[in-house]
Design a protein around this ligand. Structure first.
Ligand SMILES: *Cc1c(COP(=O)(O)O)cnc(C)c1O
Length: 421
């Protein structure tokens, strides 16, 4: 479903005119559709049918409490990468038993927090991490549930910054070394081996890399079983792409069915495995837009610039990955001269652009939306140039609510102090 569409020549979010949100909340502002988030989560969840499974939403894609809470109400699990994200899941009312903890740099303190919270699984990414987790759990009189994140060495054919499953990546342990590391883990008294995980990258628009990774992990599950290490779950990570421009990624149900198909016909060792996935972008990416207002048109040079009030500190993806987001005016009812613009923010960096070479019919004061901004938008935003972070709004049918108010300058500066004297 696309919750953002034109009616009577103006853009709506579900049944709310986007211009009405700008009027009440101001710009820049992120707008999310509750129905779109729910539909995507449910599509993943339902596709597993009767097979034991858990969809763990990757919190880092968008960690806003109200958004997490929408997923909590549907029974979601969560993939976290920090103690801060664990706290967000708790405050959103999430079930910590359905939390998996990924990341190459978990600190002792984060391990303690997660053990005390009783999370479902630590996805361990190195041998030293395994040792430290064993030690921390021992001191707390606990046994830590662990899965090894293996690196299956497949090329997801995505941007190098969001490719994580190749041999040279910092993530996971090489799959050839996994058996030996599992055997070590088994000898550590304060660890409980529960599963295996992998995550090969992000914005993957083709099923092949996922199936290749699954093949290799299935093989490993067999080797482990033969060595007396039977697993309870298999976690395939996240990474399913969305449509930003002209991509046609698999739909959630096609993606899940391809996984189920690959496992079909394998022995009981595999049928017992609970399946886990960690989609982030694929749940929230197309459920959000960034709303901005045109401040100035700067015409007549080599290029035309549309300077808007949202910048790279609000949406970093174009600057960081050269990512493409559709940009559209909110109202198309007034006569406007179409021109080709670079749509840029107020931040003092040449990399501060939201889109380049876009044909738009706009004037100063007009509202624009940057599409497909629900994932890695607000979550990656910063205060660069001492810009307070944007407001966030959740639309639900014909109503909307500010779920994070615009940051004030006082809040932004609250942690700072001057030297004495
Ligand atoms: C980033 C990440 C995800 C989510 O990736 P998406 O591309 O947003 O689906 C899932 N699992 C792990 C371990 C990650 O690092």
């Amino acid at each position: 479903m696309n919750p953002f569409g034109f009616r009577d020549r103006q853009l709506f979010a579900e049944d709310v005119p986007v211009a009405a949100i700008a009027e009440q909340v101001g710009t820049p502002c992120y707008i999310y559709s509750r129905a779109a988030i729910e539909a995507r989560y449910r599509a993943f969840d339902a596709a597993f049918g009767t097979r034991a499974h858990q969809v763990c939403y990757a919190v880092k894609a968008n960690s806003t409490l109200a958004l997490l809470n929408v997923l909590v109400r549907l029974g979601a699990g969560f993939d976290i990468v920090s103690g801060g994200e664990l706290e967000r899941v708790r405050r959103a009312g999430g079930d910590t038993a359905k939390v998996v903890f990924s990341g190459v740099g978990k600190t002792r303190e984060e391990m303690q927090l997660a053990l005390a919270a009783g999370i479902g699984c630590f996805n361990v990414e190195s041998e030293p991490e395994l040792d430290q987790l064993n030690e921390v759990a021992g001191r707390m009189g606990k046994r830590a549930p662990v899965a090894l994140r293996v690196n299956p060495d497949v090329d997801p054919a995505t941007h190098p910054y969001i490719s994580t499953g190749l041999k040279e990546s910092k993530f996971g342990v090489p799959i050839e070394r996994a058996l030996a590391i599992y055997q070590r883990a088994q000898s550590l008294p304060h660890l409980q081996i529960t599963g295996v995980g992998c995550h090969i990258g992000s914005q993957i628009t083709d099923m092949d890399p996922f199936v290749d990774a699954l093949e290799r992990v299935v093989e490993l599950v067999g080797e482990l079983g033969d060595a007396g290490i039977e697993l309870e779950h298999l976690d395939l990570g996240g990474g399913l792409g969305i449509n930003y421009r002209d991509e046609s990624p698999p739909e959630p149900d096609d993606y899940v069915l391809a996984i189920l198909n690959r496992l079909q016909g394998l022995g009981s060792r595999y049928q017992r495995l609970r399946l886990m996935i960690q989609p982030g972008r694929a749940i929230v990416g197309n459920a959000g837009v960034l709303l901005a207002r045109v401040l100035y048109l700067k015409l007549g040079g080599v290029r035309n610039f549309a300077i808007v009030d949202a910048g790279m500190n609000d949406l970093m993806r174009p600057a960081l990955y050269d990512a493409w987001h559709d940009i559209a005016p909110v109202k198309v009812d007034a006569p406007r001269t179409p021109r080709v613009y670079d749509v840029v923010g107020p931040v003092c960096e040449s990399g501060d652009f939201l889109g380049r070479n876009r044909e738009l019919g706009i004037e100063a004061g007009d509202l624009l939306v940057v599409a497909s901004a629900g994932a890695y938008g607000m979550a990656m935003s910063s205060n660069y140039n001492t810009r307070p972070r944007a407001a966030e709004v959740m639309v639900d049918g014909d109503r909307f609510q500010v779920v994070r108010r615009r940051e004030s300058l006082d809040e932004l500066l609250a942690a700072e102090s001057l030297l004495p004297g």
